[in-house]
Design a protein around this ligand. Structure first.
Ligand code: ARG
Length: 464
């Protein structure tokens, strides 16, 4: 056990307690951020004359070397170190002696871990944003291809009115674009540097907090040292953003699972994104979509877990906050993988245009338009609604669509029907007549697609 704090103790830590308290097994993932933060701290200490230039140089060289060795697999995280901060400092001190011991001047592990975590979360926000951007690009591509792929739009899982596949996909484009907006917003709020907050009350050394903040790419230093070491709301905020992303993905997956079923047959998953059954040779299962839907629970779990962990913690640092890491790492890895796989899944799936159109026609999705047709001929809407209702019953009895009836048959239900009814209730007319901005008609859709084009060229993801 190589601990940073043995001086005040007369007995060694109980082994089970040591293991319970230690975090290296999971916070080792923060090594690059820990080293980057320490380098900025050392540069600042040197600049302020708190340590000598010579010590600064030795520290920087030593830290760079440690980073390279970890990356090359030459330095492994051994459990005798409590956490990533102890690990880096102990190895550094082993190698460069007293200079290494000076690195922690004016710093506490409390502001150190707050810094590491913030930098890590910040990267994850950018990586997730990049993945969402790729997803939006794929959706945009599919939307352009399917402007006149007609399909039923549903309410209560019942066929309602005709839409296009482009329009249905467009609904998700909006959701994922809003998710990006939320993350951008969260990023702006979290991008302040807690380094220099010390344990909780700042330090007596003349630190230049603006300088370290700048070196590490923050907008500036955090304004309250107690808040700096106690705040994990940026973790929660991002987890809530991820929960919304997962909720959107999960709904989309649920639809894809339905659409991919034998009954719908609207889409077919590519073999590369499907799995088989060990017993039923005919099966091709949409496991990727099901797993994404399933993994949504984990991400919600992380959000609930962190909200619960934080709710009773008095200011300032308490060890409870170490619990942020495992759930966060798991949730952000999960969400990132899900977004990426989902994008690949929809990019490769086959869209069965014929099945979608047939389903729209056989599902009376033009019933509202048929009623509107009568209204345009002078029938009051409530009466028209009743007439078309009777017409639907008649068709159900015959097992056909409204479009399949002859004018003669239509006239037995209402004399108002004329030859022009067939064009008025065709799937194409029904969709194209929906011409308002935001509706599935191609006029409105083209405008929206153009706006998406501008959005995609302007709202580029930032490099991590
Ligand atoms: N492993 C700790 C965490 O993740 C680091 C901070 C420890 N600070 C302390 N005062 N024990 O929160």
């Amino acid at each position: 056990m190589a601990q940073l704090w043995g001086g005040r103790f007369t007995k060694a830590t109980d082994e089970a307690v040591y293991a319970f308290n230690a975090s290296l097994s999971f916070d080792s993932r923060l090594y690059a951020k820990d080293i980057e933060g320490s380098m900025a701290h050392a540069k600042m200490l040197g600049k302020q004359g708190i340590i000598s230039k010579e010590d600064e140089e030795q520290i920087l060289k030593g830290l760079a070397q440690i980073k390279t060795e970890i990356e090359e697999g030459k330095l492994t995280f051994s459990p005798e170190y409590e956490d990533i901060h102890s690990f880096v400092e102990a190895i550094l001190t082993d190698r460069i002696g007293d200079a290494g011991k000076r690195l922690h001047t004016g710093r506490s592990r409390n502001d150190q871990v707050a810094l590491d975590m913030r930098m890590y979360v910040r990267d994850q926000v950018l990586k997730t944003d990049q993945a969402l951007y790729e997803l939006l690009k794929e959706l945009h591509k599919l939307m352009k291809e399917h402007l006149s792929t007609y399909m039923p739009g549903f309410t209560h899982m019942q066929k309602a009115q005709p839409v296009t596949f482009a329009h249905h996909l467009g609904a998700y484009f909006e959701m994922f674009a809003r998710d990006r907006g939320r993350m951008k917003d969260a990023y702006k709020r979290m991008n302040y540097c807690p380094l220099g907050a010390g344990a909780l009350a700042g330090t007596t050394y003349p630190l230049d907090r603006k300088y370290t903040a700048e070196l590490l790419g923050f907008y500036g230093p955090t304004a309250n040292s107690m808040d700096s070491v106690s705040d994990r709301d940026y973790v929660i905020e991002f987890l809530s953003d991820l929960s919304l992303v997962m909720m959107h993905l999960s709904r989309f997956c649920e639809e894809i699972i339905c659409w991919n079923s034998n009954e719908y047959g609207f889409v077919e998953m590519d073999d590369t994104y499907s799995t088989g059954s060990s017993i039923m040779p005919q099966k091709k299962n949409p496991d990727v979509a099901e797993l994404i839907r399933g993994k949504t629970g984990r991400v919600y779990g992380a959000l609930t877990s962190m909200l619960t962990t934080m709710k009773g913690i008095p200011l300032a640092y308490n060890k409870d906050m170490q619990e942020d890491k495992e759930v966060f790492f798991d949730a952000s890895d999960t969400a990132l993988t899900c977004i990426t796989l989902f994008t690949g899944m929809i990019a490769t799936m086959k869209v069965r245009k014929d099945r979608m159109e047939k389903s729209a026609v056989l599902g009376f999705t033009n019933a509202t338009d048929a009623a509107d047709y009568l209204v345009k001929k002078g029938v009051p809407f409530r009466d028209a609604h009743g007439i078309i209702g009777r017409l639907v019953l008649y068709c159900l009895d015959k097992g056909c669509a409204i479009d399949d009836l002859s004018l003669q048959e239509l006239k037995t239900i209402s004399e108002v029907f004329e030859e022009d009814v067939f064009d008025a209730i065709s799937l194409k007319t029904c969709v194209e007549n929906r011409l308002t901005y935001g509706a599935p008609g191609s006029a409105g859709m083209k405008q929206v697609i153009e706006e998406h084009e501008t959005y995609l060229s302007k709202e580029l993801p930032r490099e991590v």
